[in-house]
Design a binder for this molecule. Structure first.
Ligand code: SUG
Length: 446
């Protein structure tokens, strides 16, 4: 069964505590917008609008729910005690950054939720998920507990799915999930080549690494994920990200390249050794009788700085029924003169990408999260799609219910000091309890 395989995009539904806390050193947008006022309601509605538009276009669309915030287990582990309101009050007075971490809505960026290998690629013919440990940032390091619970609830069928817990939370296994992973194939249902992009190597002191900003993904983590998923060595490629671009704010590979089908859309400076990277991909793809179609963006057309500020490569590259591809970009791409010019040339070039879909995702973008960060790709055949929890699959009815729910429960203004308000945690609890009923996922937060 290959021809009925569709790629589902599981977008993160933005949580009610969306705020700008400047928690991600190395992520330029997060740092630049620290302590500005956010609008959680608008953030969630912007995300939902993208989901609805893509689902209306016929792309398979689903969502992953937000997580319970603040994470009281984290706060209590770190020594804040008393009632919930006392915990929040003490944390705000003594360590406001820790409170911001406990409140972060960062699970919205579901490209970092897990790495996913479709059944066509794995030894046991099941879809494998490895939950990302996200251990390089405190505010993301505890997401994996609720992520694992959500994935187990949504993909609850041992015959088709295998969800692996996060790797050990230690620097050797820094794992940021699908943001550093891509797949090249003839079609979503065919056997593919899985491409893992890492930023540093823990057990090789001679390996190069960035010097200014942290590399979040290690080779050791990528190799472990491939092992857990039962991937074939000949169709698995490990590429080192260019440390120089990490030092320019490319904190995940999906900020500088994106793969879909047989196309690799990438910036000239994405990889440490471009020629070797293309060779390795071509050799592996030969094992699947597929030819790589590289779409290279030269630095003299789009600089790394413009790629980072516009998020050109943090786009979704989607296969259309006519065999061509659409590029889903944030509207910041149209606002950058050189990127807009490049995109016009690209879609007129007669190449594989012939359409642009542009979205206002400003609320997420201000924290360094574009269209590709907001979604986790899961290619599923018909049986697998039927086995997935249907309550999270986007359609008009769900869109209607969720936008109403957001309008009812989300604030339209969140400043750093609002996190001290003890009623915020209560508000979020109420909202999420209702959401789990709405999605028919009672075990989600219990
Ligand atoms: O991990 N931003 C996220 C953005 C994640 C983007 N994901 C991908 N590229 N796939 C991060 O840096 C900022 C939160 C804050 O500062 O409040 C943040 O976590």
């Amino acid at each position: 069964m290959t021809n009925d395989v569709r790629e589902f995009n599981f977008d993160g539904l933005v949580g009610p505590s969306h705020n700008y806390a400047g928690l991600s050193f190395g992520n330029v947008a997060s740092f630049n917008n620290v302590k500005s006022v956010s609008n959680p309601r608008q953030a969630a509605l912007q995300g939902l609008a993208k989901m609805r538009a893509l689902s209306e276009r016929g792309f398979a669309q689903a969502l992953l729910p937000p997580q319970r915030r603040p994470d009281f287990a984290l706060l209590r582990n770190l020594g804040f005690s008393g009632s919930d309101a006392e915990v929040v009050g003490k944390a705000f007075r003594e360590a406001p950054t820790i409170l911001a971490c406990a409140y972060s809505a960062s699970p919205m960026w579901t490209a970092n939720a897990a790495t996913v290998s479709p059944s066509a690629d794995t030894a046991d013919g099941r879809v494998h998920f490895t939950v990302a440990n996200l251990n390089s940032k405190l505010h993301r390091s505890f997401e994996h507990r609720q992520t694992e619970r959500a994935l187990r609830a949504i993909f609850k069928n041992d015959k088709h799915f295998d969800v692996h817990a996060a790797l050990p939370s230690t620097p050797a296994f820094g794992d940021e999930g699908a943001a550093n992973h891509g797949r090249l194939c003839a079609s979503h249902g065919a056997r593919g080549v899985e491409m893992f992009v890492y930023g540093r190597v823990e057990f090789d002191a001679a390996a190069v690494a960035p010097t200014r900003y942290p590399a979040r993904q290690t080779l050791e983590a990528s190799q472990t994920v491939a092992r857990l998923h039962g991937l074939e060595a000949a169709r698995t490629v490990y590429l080192q990200q260019n440390p120089a671009v990490i030092d320019h704010g490319v904190f995940h590979n999906d900020v500088i390249s994106v793969a879909n089908g047989n196309v690799l859309f990438y910036h000239q400076h994405a990889f440490l050794d471009e020629a070797a990277a293309l060779n390795a991909l071509r050799t592996a793809m030969a094992a699947t009788d597929t030819e790589l179609v590289p779409v290279r963006v030269d630095a003299d057309k789009v600089s790394v700085a413009d790629a980072v500020s516009s998020y050109l490569f943090n786009s979704q590259l989607l296969s259309k029924p006519d065999g061509k591809m659409a590029l889903v970009v944030p509207q910041e791409c149209q606002e950058n003169a050189s990127v807009a010019r490049y995109l016009q040339e690209l879609t007129a070039s007669g190449g594989p990408i012939d359409e642009l879909l542009s979205f206002d995702l400003r609320q997420s973008m201000r924290n360094g999260g574009g269209p590709a960060c907001l979604r986790l790709r899961v290619a599923l055949n018909g049986d697998e799609a039927a086995a997935l929890h249907q309550g999270v699959v986007m359609n008009d009815a769900l869109y209607g219910k969720l936008s109403h729910w957001v309008e009812q429960h989300y604030r339209d203004r969140m400043a750093p000091e609002d996190l001290a308000d003890p009623s915020l945690a209560v508000e979020i609890n109420t909202a999420l309890d209702e959401l789990s009923r709405l999605l028919d996922l009672p075990q989600l937060y219990s």
